[in-house]
Design a protein around this ligand. Structure first.
Ligand SMILES: Cc1cc2nc3c(=O)[nH]c(=O)nc-3n(C[C@H](O)[C@H](O)[C@H](O)COP(=O)(O)OP(=O)(O)OC[C@H]3O[C@@H](n4cnc5c(N)ncnc54)[C@H](O)[C@@H]3O)c2cc1C
Length: 208
């Protein structure tokens, strides 16, 4: 992954994607224009079902050479060629490529920034690129609730009749536990709904 100057700026693969995408995305935000480009080559086809991991319905930019790819991306061609050459030379080839697990296939230690897994040379045309920008998956914040999904006031007391579930309730404050957001919404939404219905029925029967 390179920035708009055609330079690598981060270890793209320090661990599994779900554990690291948030931190890497923050690095993208600090780059010129807040944009980065994932550069791939024809051997991406070795990764089973790789297209399913691309959250875009826009086709990648493709080109027969790194220089042509750079031109299509409005990146300085000499810079991108130098980056790819340096990266390729740093690939160690010392163990098998295992795309579905962290394989430890890294670049050599003297090269920075290191790539810790899945480091294979980018050398087979056609070359592909996807532009990448940041988006908000979740807020890393929200209303404080008790285990009953009741919203707490600043003294830690439940506010009567006020519940929060899903995105509005926070829980995550730094590292995201992969793929748990919908579960969070379902679990606390059900708890909140049951409790709210219980109170609503009680009120209804009192009124009746
Ligand atoms: C790109 C991306 C990938 C994700 N991947 C995963 C994943 O793999 N696994 C996972 O578990 N989670 C994932 N999440 C997170 C997950 O999608 C959300 O946490 C979850 O959908 C939140 O559900 P919610 O009901 O709390 O909020 P939302 O789905 O945001 O629902 C809120 C609803 O309220 C409506 N609304 C807003 N304001 C008003 C108003 N004033 N009046 C009436 N309606 C209003 C909105 O239109 C919306 O329909 C992902 C999120 C993103 C963005």
């Amino acid at each position: 992954m390179v920035n708009a100057r055609g330079e690598r700026f981060v270890d793209e693969a320090p661990a599994t994607v779900d554990a690291t995408y948030e931190a890497i995305t923050r690095q993208i935000l600090t780059q010129p224009g807040g944009i980065a480009y994932a550069i791939l080559d024809a051997r991406i086809e070795d990764v089973p079902g790789w297209r399913r991991s691309v959250r875009s319905d826009v086709a990648p930019v493709t080109a027969p050479s790194i220089a042509a790819l750079a031109t299509a991306l409005s990146i300085d061609a000499a810079s991108l060629e130098a980056t790819v050459a340096a990266y390729n030379a740093a690939c160690l080839h010392d163990r098998p490529f295992k795309p579905l697990e962290t394989d430890g296939l890294a670049t050599r230690d003297t090269y920075a920034p290191r790539k810790s897994n899945w480091a294979r040379p980018i050398a087979e045309a056609p070359y592909l690129a996807y532009p990448i920008m940041c988006g908000n998956c979740f807020t890393f914040g929200g209303l404080k609730v008790d285990p009953g999904a009741r919203v707490l006031d600043t003294d830690g007391m439940p506010i009567p009749g006020l519940y929060a579930a899903g995105e509005t309730m926070g829980i995550y404050y730094g590292t995201y536990t992969g793929a748990t957001s919908v579960l969070r919404g379902a679990v606390f939404g059900r708890i909140a709904g049951l409790d709210a219905a219980k109170h609503s029925n009680r009120q209804h029967s009192v009124t009746a």
